[in-house]
Design a protein around this ligand. Structure first.
Ligand code: PBG
Length: 327
């Protein structure tokens, strides 16, 4: 059969029928909201390149998490900005570290929130790289030793799930073994499996003070030109015991999300990163695009590509739209 008998427009005629046949929907339980916790007191400061995103001191972070909870968002991922950085990022494994204190506080005040921690070093090292430096590069296996300490410390202080983001070989296996040996076998690992060396992280690095002091991250993060390599990374992480795999960034890597969805049975997470957020906010502010519609369309595309979970700075905006019936 063909036109004029076949007319796809029949199913677009009214809102009711369009909604009945809609294939992809954004829901609250797709969302993880990133939160930046910093040293200091009574600080709520907007990240200049990320309008609507703030860095909170410990005494203000609980209210921020309550707001997220009240919107119906089930989980947050925490990033810490410590007062003191050092060569190895030792704040990451101390009980009085910024993340550990935040975990204890939020666990106590907002126990229903699911707390994920970013497990990395770049915000905590003086050089801004994601591990122990040796001859100008991140030393893989020395970094694994510190990752284990950090992971155990996060778990002990109340993290519900760990998300290692350093693209260090063997990181999932090392963290899994460390967690299991300390009795944390129930804590899942969401691995940043396919994380690209991307310019889309620019605004985050301002927010998290994690710009490398020299060089770049190309010796550990992936080349944006590669897709097969992303599958290789994912398959390795699955073997090492990852519970959820992640692609990051999302928007310029929809083909990677799609390919990974086809190749693994694990849930797939996509990180809609800072630069993706800032571009939409900036163009929206200039009046060049309709911000809300572009936001929805972007997140839908990420879900349509195959992501089960989306980490996004838009989570609160989307939740508001869902809750008010606008979406
Ligand atoms: C590493 C980390 C980064 C992001 C999340 N975890 C920065 C980097 O790899 O340079 C970027 C997130 C974003 O851009 O929103 N700790």
């Amino acid at each position: 059969m063909e036109f004029p008998k076949l007319r796809p427009r029949r199913l677009r005629k009214r809102k009711n029928i369009r909604e009945l046949i809609r294939e992809t929907k954004l829901t609250l339980d797709d969302l993880i909201y990133p939160i930046f916790v910093r040293h200091g007191e009574n600080v709520v400061e907007e990240v200049s390149s990320m309008p609507g995103v703030y860095r909170y001191s410990l005494d203000r972070v609980v209210d921020a998490v309550k707001e997220v909870r009240d919107l119906g968002i089930p989980a947050v991922i925490l990033f810490g900005i410590p007062e003191h950085k050092d060569e190895v990022g030792s704040d990451t494994w101390k009980d009085e570290g910024i993340i550990q204190r935040a975990l204890r506080l939020i666990k106590k005040e907002v126990p229903e929130m699911y707390l994920i921690t970013d497990v990395c070093f770049c915000e905590y090292t003086t050089h801004g790289h994601c591990g122990v430096l040796y001859e100008g590069d991140v030393h893989n296996d020395l970094t694994l030793e510190n990752l284990k300490k950090q992971a155990i410390s996060h778990a002990r202080n109340g993290a519900d799930m760990l998300a290692p983001s350093g693209m260090i070989d063997g990181m999932v296996k090392a963290i899994r073994e460390a967690l299991d040996s300390e009795g944390f076998e129930q804590i899942p690992i969401m691995a940043y499996s396919a994380k690209y060396a991307s310019a889309f992280y620019g605004p985050f690095r301002e927010a998290a003070e994690s710009t490398p002091a020299f060089g770049d991250r190309k010796s550990y993060q992936m080349d944006p030109a590669n897709r097969r390599e992303a599958l290789k990374e994912v398959l390795l992480d699955v073997q090492e015991g990852a519970d959820i795999v992640m692609v990051k960034p999302a928007l310029a890597y929809l083909d990677v999300i799609y390919a990974i969805r086809e190749h693994t049975l694990l849930p797939v997470c996509a990180y809609n990163v800072s630069g993706e957020y800032s571009m939409i906010k900036a163009a929206g502010r200039l009046g060049w695009i309709e911000e809300k519609r572009v936001m929805v369309e972007t997140l839908l595309s990420i879900k349509r590509a195959g992501a089960d979970i989306i980490i996004t700075y838009f989570a609160k905006d989307i939740a508001q739209m869902i809750n008010s019936g606008e979406l």
